[in-house]
Ligand binder design. Sequence first.
Ligand code: ADP
Length: 574
Amino acid sequence: MEKVLDLLILNRVKFHTLSLRGRVVLSQLPLSITMLFLLVATWISDAPILADPLFGLSMVLNAVLLAACFLVPWDKLPYPSFLLIPLLDFVAIGLLREGAGSLLTGVGLLAAFPVIWLAASGQLPKLSVIGGALATLAMVWLPVLLKDTAVTFEVLARPLLIPFMMLAIGITVRVMTASTMEQQRVVEAKDAELRTLLEASGRRERLLSAVMSAVDVGVLAVDEDGNAILRNRRQEELRRLALPPGDEDAPESRLELYADGGSTVMPVQDRPIRRAMRGESFSEYLMWMGRKPGQRVLSTSAQAMADDSGRREGTVLAFSDVTELVAAVEAKNDFLSSVSHELRTPLTSIQGYAELLAMTPGLSPNMASGLDTILRNSDQLLTLVKDLLGTAAGFSELQPVPADLGVIAAQAVAAAEPRAAAGGVMLTAQSEGDLGVFCDPARVRQVLDNLVSNAIKYSPQGGNVTVSCTGGGGVVQCRVADEGMGMGAEETQNVFTRFFRSPAARRSSIPGLGLGLALSMDIVERHGGSISCESEPGAGSVFTFTLPVAGPPRDNDPDGACCRVVPAGAQPKP
Ligand code: ADP
């Protein structure tokens, strides 16, 4: 009953959410209740129509129809079969109208109930409206036609008002229902779309949380103010390493983070989250977390997020534990450094004594040529050892001073002349434009020596090597081109990787360790410049490096290059 009141009066229950049976019963109820009210009123007033068989029949039919609404399994029958009930309602109303005669006026207007039901059903829209009006017409005309009295125009016209009213009611209801149904359809479509979106977003969230717990990388998302909006378990574990003893809730500024090999406290403004708050994106930024001996080294990267309009929304930071990698790199560097030192001392002494011996007057040709071979080979060995030492120790600070790239190139070319002549290679130097540059000349010379020496080494007899320097547009550029063995595309890509040697270079007996170009790239990048290689097998190679005239970036370490770990065998970041 409460449901009925809810629906009829308070409208708290949504009609379309009820079962088909519920909807049929509720559609029939208004007519049945009205007829029941009529029966009770007639019975109380003891009106004579109570005895009329047609009146009684209409009441019985009404009761039967209401019972049918309850009992018939409408959802198992073909869909609009329930419309039989409003059609039969016209019969019950017709009988009531006839039974009541002139004692009850306006009974015919009860036809409005089945008319509204038919029109609002949404089934066969036009037919149900016309059907409602025709059924009302039949309801008022049939008694006239079935009676023995003469059928005149006036007799037929008198009750016509009721069918016309029902037609108007039917049309009105139909129009209103159509627009409500359309609105409902739109709402339902939106509802379905929202549900699909909600499901997809739920799926994405589950996926994200699975990925976040599966990865062994700490992930932290922060908003523009640096507040954490998402962090995974691994990040929580890593953060705990940096908490000051006894302070579980320490803010980010009080975390124990270190730079420079784990010995210096990392200034607050250099911490990854602070950099992220400034909108910086970076990668491979090293930071040491916590105190020794449990200290871990983390490589951090940050990627700024922006909304569709480009407004900054925050940053995602990733923290990977590279402690073992850093330890391995340090061990390798220590090893290379000590081996190189041990080799350099006896080699220098061999070279010194060989030079002294070579100056002895009256040496036999055999002795002189033997000493020359010793000198050449020890020279080569020393170069290799220097490369190894350079790789192991890196180099400390650049010493930039105003210099001229043309002069440095000319010196490198002059120094390489004897080697070029010995290999039958024609060496040419060209300069154009203003070549003044603020740089560390010793380091730039190291780059040039390496490029020129490679160009000679990997050129056949009779090959040409050209060193050309140009200046302009705030940069100076140097191009070292040869017509030597060249390399394939894949080899060219790896040429700046430490210890890389092309298969052709390895097959030939040309000595080398694959370190010179990696060192050269390091030097050029520390100057804020870039280096590249173009090559074709059999056609030669061109190495080009560019330096900014203004010199290295002020802090010489724009994105933590000083702290970057480049494992052996990996391509240094361009
Ligand atoms: P290496 O001491 O082996 O020359 P580098 O780092 O200078 O070491 O060069 C790395 C590798 O790149 C070389 O071993 C060689 O295979 C290739 N390479 C460098 N320069 C040239 C060149 N001018 N022509 C052909 N290959 C070259």
